[in-house]
Ligand binder design. Structure first.
Ligand code: CP
Ligand code: NVA
Length: 311
C-alpha cells in the first residue's frame, strides 16, 4: 500500500507524538552541528537528491532564507519563485501548478494570501506541501517558537504561554499546538481581532487548554512566556482601525512585570518597535528573538525530514 503524502499544512492535523518527534529531532540536529559552518551538510543528509520548490505570494526574509539554508544543511537543493513571476500570476490554476511541480520537485512550500490555496495545492500535489504562512496559520514558526522556549525553559508541557494582541495567523497556530503539546495558551485580544472561532471550538473539543480574554493583564499574569506579533499583518487593509483597537495591547515592561519572574518574550519578527512591543522588552534580557529567528532553520529541517519520511 502506498503511504499518504506527508503534507505540513496546519498543526491541528498532526498528533502530539508527531509534533514532539519533529521538535526532538530539531533539538538534536541543532546540538549535533554546534561549531559547524552554516553550509556544512548534516551527517545523515536526509534531503540528499531532493529539491524543494518555494513559492511566495507575500514578502519574506526569515522563511525564505531559513528554508533555503535548511535544505542545504540537509543535503538538498531549492528552487525559489514569487507567484507573480509564475504563470500562477497570469491565472494558471493552483491545481495545474501542483501537478506540474509534482513532476519536477520533491516538496513544495507555499506562502499564500489565502489558506484555501495551500489546501488546493496539497490536494493536487503528489509531493509534500508545506504551509510557509497563510492568512490562517504559520505552523513552521510555532515549531521554531516552541523549540526556542524549550531551549531556555525546558519542556513546554504544563507551561503557560500568553499571546497579547491580534488573534492572527501566528496566534492560530499556537491555538492548534496547545492541546497537542499540553501547554496552556492564554490569548488577550480586542473583540474586533479575536482568534478564529473554529480554532477555539476545535481546541475546546480536544483538551481545552486555550483561554481567551480582552484583558492583557489577565492573560499575562504568572505566564512563563509572553508573545507579541505585528498589529497589521501582510494583507490587512484596516490599518487605522487596527492601530486604535490594539493600542491597549502593547507588550511593555509594566505588562512583562506581571508574568512569571523567569518569563521569556517571543516575537516571530518583523517587529514594529513602539507599537506591539517596546524597545525595552524586545531588546531586553527576557527576549529570545534572535534564537527564535535562528531556530527557523533547525525547526524547518526537521519538518522537511518528517515530510521526506526520515522521522
Ligand atoms: N517570521 C517570519 O515568517 O518572517 P518572514 O516574514 O521574514 O519570513
Ligand atoms: N502575522 C504576520 C506574521 C509575519 C511573519 C503576518 O502575517 O504578516
Amino acid at each position: 500500500m502506498t503511504q499518504p503524502v506527508r503534507h505540513f499544512l496546519d498543526l491541528w492535523r498532526h498528533d502530539g507524538a508527531t509534533l514532539r518527534a519533529i521538535l526532538d529531532d530539531a533539538h538534536a540536529r541543532k546540538a549535533a552541528r554546534k561549531g559547524w559552518t552554516q553550509g556544512r551538510v548534516d551527517a545523515d543528509a536526509p534531503a540528499r537528491d531532493r529539491t524543494l520548490a518555494m513559492i511566495f505570494e507575500k514578502n519574506s526574509t526569515r522563511t525564505r532564507f531559513s528554508f533555503d539554508a535548511a535544505m542545504r544543511q540537509l543535503g538538498g537543493d531549492v528552487i525559489i519563485s514569487t507567484a507573480s513571476d509564475m504563470q500562477l500570476g497570469r491565472g494558471e490554476t493552483i491545481e495545474d501548478t501542483a501537478r506540474v511541480l509534482s513532476r519536477m520537485v520533491d516538496a513544495i512550500m507555499l506562502r499564500a494570501n489565502h489558506h484555501d490555496d495551500v489546501e488546493r495545492l496539497a490536494l493536487g500535489s503528489t509531493v509534500p506541501v508545506i504551509n510557509g504562512l497563510s492568512d490562517k496559520g504559520h505552523p513552521c514558526q510555532i515549531i521554531a517558537d516552541i523549540m526556542t522556549f524549550e531551549e531556555h525553559r525546558g519542556p513546554i508541557a504544563g507551561k503557560t504561554l500568553a499571546w497579547v494582541g491580534d488573534g492572527n495567523n501566528v496566534c492560530a497556530s499556537f491555538i492548534h499546538a496547545a492541546p497537542k503539546l499540553g501547554f496552556q495558551f492564554n490569548v488577550a485580544a480586542p473583540a474586533l481581532y479575536f482568534p478564529d472561532l473554529m480554532d477555539l471550538v476545535r481546541a475546546a473539543g480536544e483538551q481545552g487548554r486555550v483561554h481567551t480574554t480582552h484583558d492583557p493583564r489577565e492573560a499575562v499574569e504568572g505566564a512563563d512566556c509572553v508573545i507579541a506579533d505585528t498589529w497589521v499583518s501582510m494583507g490587512d487593509v484596516d490599518y487605522d482601525q487596527r492601530m486604535a483597537a490594539l493600542e491597549p495591547y502593547q507588550v511593555n515592561s509594566g505588562l512583562m512585570g506581571l508574568a512569571a519572574k523567569d518569563s521569556v518574550f517571543l516575537h516571530c519578527l518583523p517587529a514594529h518597535r513602539g507599537e506591539e512591543v517596546t524597545d525595552e522588552v524586545i531588546d531586553g534580557p527576557q527576549s529570545l528573538i534572535w534564537d527564535e529567528a535562528e531556530n527557523r532553520i533547525h525547526a524547518q529541517k526537521s519538518i522537511l525530514a518528517w515530510c521526506f519520511g526520515a522521522i
